[in-house]
Design a binder for this molecule. Structure first.
Ligand SMILES: [Zn+2]
Ligand SMILES: [Zn+2]
Length: 259
């Protein structure tokens, strides 16, 4: 079995980043272990089988928590029994991502791959997961893994049902595609909302006591200092009336946003 597709990096004894550095999107999924169960935040691109990795890391029952329903975050949802998603992205999970053709998805999944892919991966026959979740995530939900609690923040903008997770116990903030570095955070598709995205950034910037921020792409682990810059960005974008489609790329210290 070729598992070299994934890179597993321990964040601490009970938290693991499972990364796909061989693909241009540099996607991170995260496995969080509690005493009674584990949470897997997203399931990657679906190029390799992430369950083969999580099986080696824990024997706890795993609940999949979906930051949002884009192809690069739900790739292995079909490998797990208990998946959860926010209502705002439920329709896409069950019936496909609106406004994105299968041809486009296959082009994006198959391009700019810099490492050998696992046997069985074929971009020409690739199909994103579709199916029903075990349950829904709501803003303010608290997820108890046993001695470890996550809080759900509904953070729409990049997608209608995008959520972030704050690990109250370890003080990690998992921001999905709401905040990461290097490449632009995007809200320029018809299904996105610049107004909602800025409001969501404003909300997460208010969370106190964040130790490390984990976005779903690029650099693994960002200093929470970036939240100060997020606050500045929110103010600046609003003051200059830039929170609209078509205003383009906005660069800040440590991240950028495209409307
Ligand atoms: Zn996304
Ligand atoms: Zn993404």
């Amino acid at each position: 079995m070729n598992n070299s597709w994934f890179t597993v990096q321990p964040i601490d004894d009970v938290t693991f980043a499972i990364s796909e550095y061989g693909h241009w999107e540099k996607v991170h999924s995260f496995l969080l272990l509690g005493q009674e169960k584990a949470a897997l935040i997203d399931t990657g691109l679906g190029i390799g089988n992430i369950k083969e990795i999580t099986d080696t890391l824990t024997r706890l029952p795993i609940e999949v928590l979906t930051t949002h329903v884009h192809t690069d975050h739900i790739g292995n949802h079909g490998e797990f029994e208990r998946i959860f998603v926010h209502e705002g992205d439920l329709d896409w999970l069950m019936h496909g991502i609106k406004g994105l053709s299968l041809e486009q998805i296959r082009r994006d999944i198959g391009r700019d791959i810099t490492q050998p892919t696992p046997d069985g991966f074929n971009p020409e026959t690739y199909k994103p997961f579709q199916g029903a979740p075990a349950g829904l995530l709501h803003d303010g939900d608290r997820i108890d893994l046993g001695g470890r609690t996550l809080t759900v923040y509904h953070t729409p903008g990049h997608s209608p049902g995008h959520v972030a997770f704050f690990d109250e116990t370890y003080r990690y903030l998992f921001t999905g595609d709401l905040l990461y570095d290097e490449t632009p955070v995007y809200a320029f598709y018809p299904s996105t909302s610049p107004v909602d995205l800025v409001h969501s950034l404003e909300r997460i910037a208010e969370i106190e006591g964040v130790r490390t921020i984990y976005g779903s792409h690029n650099t693994l682990g960002l200093d929470p200092e970036i939240l100060t810059e997020v606050k500045r960005a929110v103010r600046l974008l609003r003051d200059k009336d830039l929170v609209r489609f078509g205003t383009g790329l906005h660069q800040f210290n440590g991240f950028s946003i495209q409307f």
